[in-house]
Design a protein around this ligand. Structure first.
Ligand SMILES: N[C@@H](CCC(=O)N[C@@H](CS)C(=O)NCC(=O)O)C(=O)O
Length: 293
């Protein structure tokens, strides 16, 4: 059920104290049902405050209709936020670092509206407790149960989709691998010291294929709605743009207009801005050892 403007106004008004345009956006952007929206409200960050707000909105005569089942949901103890271990900037353990796989997981949590806590890990100085939960010493890692941690963004995003199916971001299988070779082609080209080794052309071929896909299927990989494949590709394209711009003075060719429109759409999403590395300098610093090796 789409929101009527009057309902949105009432809801905005009743939760104005939350100072959260995100709630209104949930209703507008995703066209989700009132029930889902109310549950989402209940699940948002400041839980005690939210409960109070929902209670006060029940008391208001002009508030949207909140049924006893919503009231029950609001009164049910909330699950703990999901814990996700992600990369910190080397030597700066309180600042979100430059891992595209971590950002993929954070984007998925953000877009699904799942409350989460990030635990930043300085990979240049891995603590013992981290090596116990991630024997390969890699992030991201998701804590799913007490004493149960899952590494690898492919597995993590799959588990999130299964555990929190609404809203669904599943990409249809036939589109799931669109753009999947771009990252490895980018890394090969970035590290290449031989301008004639074909690595630039290989990357251009992958970007061209993405452009053609977006031209007929876009603006996102699965059409009008963003999906899991975009959450995977967006951070990788961001690294590509920043690192190739810096180290090679290279940019995506202007004639790949659909890719340009796609990156603009993705990089400007609130979820992307909130989860991207704190500065492009961290992305550059992250690639520097690989470029100079
Ligand atoms: N296939 C893994 C790759 C994860 C990965 O390579 N993460 C990097 C950070 S971007 C890492 O933890 N590297 C270990 C290190 O730098 O010591 C995934 O999708 O999660």
């Amino acid at each position: 059920m789409a929101w009527r403007a009057s309902e949105l106004e009432l809801l905005t008004c009743s939760v104005a104290e939350l100072n959260s345009t995100r709630i209104v956006m949930l209703g507008c952007d995703r066209r989700i049902s009132r029930d889902t929206l109310l549950v989402d409200i209940i699940y948002l960050e400041s839980r005690t405050f939210l409960l109070k707000s929902i209670r006060s909105s029940v008391a208001k005569p002009s508030s949207p209709e909140i049924t006893s089942s919503h009231w029950e949901m609001a009164s049910t103890p909330l699950p703990e936020p999901v814990q996700v271990y992600v990369k910190a900037v080397a030597g700066l353990p309180d600042i979100l670092g430059d891992c595209p796989f971590c950002q993929r997981v954070l984007l998925t949590l953000e877009e699904k509206g799942i409350p989460y806590e990030t635990k930043l890990v300085d990979l240049s100085n891995k603590p013992d407790w981290f090596l116990k939960i991630s024997p390969e010493g890699k992030v991201p890692v998701l804590k799913i149960e007490e004493n149960q941690w899952i590494p690898d963004s492919d597995v993590i995003t799959q588990i999130i989709e299964e555990k929190y199916p609404s809203p669904s971001f599943a990409t249809p299988p036939e589109k799931a691998s669109v753009g999947s070779k771009i990252f490895s082609s980018f890394v090969t080209f970035l590290k290449s010291k031989d301008p004639n080794d074909g690595s630039e052309q290989a990357l251009l071929n992958e970007l061209q294929a993405l452009d053609e896909h977006l031209k007929t299927n876009g603006p996102y990989i699965n059409g009008e709605n963003i999906s899991a494949a975009d959450f995977s590709l967006a951070p990788k394209l961001f690294h590509l743009v920043v690192a190739l711009g810096h180290f090679k003075g290279w940019s995506i060719p202007e004639n790949l207009t659909y890719v340009h429109a796609y990156t603009k759409l993705l990089f400007n999403r609130d979820s992307f801005v909130k989860t991207k590395p704190a500065s492009n300098d961290y992305v550059i610093a992250g690639w520097a050892p690989k470029v100079n090796s």
